[in-house]
Design a protein around this ligand. Structure first.
Ligand code: SDX
Length: 436
């Protein structure tokens, strides 16, 4: 970051001395007011729960222009990556800063694919879970447990350990997600194969059985690979900020990523794709498109607590570019599977059409986000609703790792420790029980 020409002066109406605060600029996007010395200079904190106006770090990984609906991974537009690259190229890009040349590309793909098996003991670890456990509960446990199996890559301050842990996490997440699924349906695990692509392996581990050869559909393989690309990283979202804060204590990479898994599970975040599909199925059950008007009235009624899941975003105040690409992928997959008339897809498009014309949504700049269509395409591929966030977890793992490693390799990083505005009781003395 570079010192801007500008500077901020904070003055107080109570006569306290004013304070000059430096302003820094990045390569694109809003400048920042550096308040690191504010408390020392004024004895006051800033106040920003939800961090609506707070930059928690400087980063060179992902950039979002919410007004334009633009998303860049290391400067490359998501539309170009999603159509010209594959997910492992995108992983390399996010981790290393640029797209790989042919030889490096081949080696990286091979390195990841050849590390997709998990320690056999994890099969026994799984048996502790109920068969009907939510896959995200299982994954939160499994990812944290990786630090119990891979002791030779747990020192987050060792660059080699970070590199090895990164490959292990990216390579093994599809295997763990598929294991969580197979465990829930009572089928045997399918071991990964080194002759399949990253997405092809995941499809076979999910839907293959030992009883017959599983043939990977190139259309579904490409669609899934694109879904992974679209979910790979997204600036300092809630789960990424969780990973950074957790990792700032120096804990091991697997534990920090497990914290991200737990955060992503929430319905306001990565759990929205599951919540969105459940919402569509509810409306469908109640009468489908004919019931959309009534449902929208509920959404606009503050007291209903009903939200249009898959709509709205903290940063995008325009169409989420990922939603557009996801809708295209939806069209391709449904056409390939002969499901063009999928009622939920038609319902989703009707909900979107109505919302984009409705003042409530237009005024609040609420548009479809990445989760609005992802559930429909995942359901068409055969992924169960309660595993949608597991797929999001699989794809976002590389973003979490890239962001964690960027923080740890910054010599200036400190353990994250926010302050507060205290509104509790003043100091008081404990009274004996008889006098309380
Ligand atoms: C992801 O941060 C990221 O980058 C996340 C993510 C990523 O890749 O990591 O992009 C992934 O989490 C996408 C978001 C998925 N969540 C959903 O689809 C759940 C539904 N969306 C909302 O919960 C909400 O839009 C959020 C949580 C996404 C954003 O919430 P904000 O920024 O805190 O906005 P807000 O709640 O203050 O909303 C502003 C207004 C409010 O109305 P008023 O109080 O001004 O009258 O818009 C309303 C909200 O009630 N509103 C909605 C709405 N989203 C916001 N009303 C109905 N339906 C919605 N979906």
């Amino acid at each position: 970051m570079k010192l801007a020409e500008n500077k901020a002066t904070l003055s107080f109406s109570n006569g306290s001395p004013s304070v000059d605060l430096p302003v820094y600029g990045g390569s694109i996007g809003p400048d920042v007011i550096d308040i690191r010395k504010l408390y020392a200079q004024t004895g006051m904190f800033t106040y920003d729960p939800g961090f609506l106006s707070t930059a928690s770090c400087q980063s060179a990984i992902t950039y979002i222009d919410g007004d334009k609906g633009e998303l860049l991974y290391r400067g490359y537009p998501i539309e170009q990556l999603a159509t010209q690259c594959d997910y492992l190229d995108t992983c390399y890009l996010l981790l290393k800063g640029d797209l790989p040349k042919e030889k490096v590309r081949k080696d990286f793909h091979k390195l990841v694919i050849n590390h997709s098996m998990v320690n056999e003991q994890m099969h026994f670890f799984m048996r502790g879970f109920r068969r009907d456990a939510h896959p995200m509960a299982v994954l939160t446990g499994l990812v944290g447990a990786l630090s119990a199996f891979y002791h030779d890559s747990t020192d987050i301050n060792n660059p080699e350990h970070r590199d090895v842990a990164a490959i292990r996490l990216i390579a093994k997440m599809p295997t763990l997600v598929a294991m969580a699924y197979k465990y829930g349906v009572g089928q045997p695990y399918m071991y990964p194969r080194n002759d399949l692509s990253y997405a092809g392996n995941f499809l076979r581990m999910m839907f293959g059985t030992p009883c017959e050869e599983y043939v990977v559909s190139p259309v579904l393989e490409r669609a899934l690979d694109r879904i992974f690309i679209l979910h790979a990283d997204h600036e300092q979202n809630a789960s990424t900020s969780t990973v950074r804060l957790c990792g700032s204590s120096g804990t091991n990479p697997f534990a920090a990523i497990a914290a991200g898994v737990a955060c992503l599970w929430g319905p306001a975040h990565g759990g929205a794709n599951e919540a969105c599909l459940n919402m569509l199925e509810d409306i469908q059950r109640q009468g489908g498109v004919a019931k959309v008007g009534q449902f929208m009235e509920q959404v606009k009624d503050k007291n209903s607590g009903v939200k249009l899941m898959g709509f709205g975003h903290r940063v995008y105040k325009n169409y989420d570019p990922r939603a557009k690409l996801m809708q295209e992928t939806c069209n391709e997959v449904l056409a390939e599977l002969g499901l063009e008339n999928d009622p939920l897809f038609k319902l989703a498009k009707e909900l979107e059409r109505i919302a984009l014309e409705d003042d409530y949504f237009v005024q609040r700049k609420l548009y479809p986000n990445v989760d609005f269509y992802s559930g429909i395409v995942q359901r068409a591929i055969g992924i169960p609703v309660n595993l949608f966030t597991g797929v999001f977890t699989l794809a976002r793992t590389v973003g979490w790792i890239a962001q964690l490693n960027e923080m740890i390799s910054d010599a200036e990083y400190k353990i994250g420790r926010p302050r507060q505005l205290y509104v509790g009781a003043n100091a008081r003395n404990v009274k004996p029980v008889s006098e309380r």
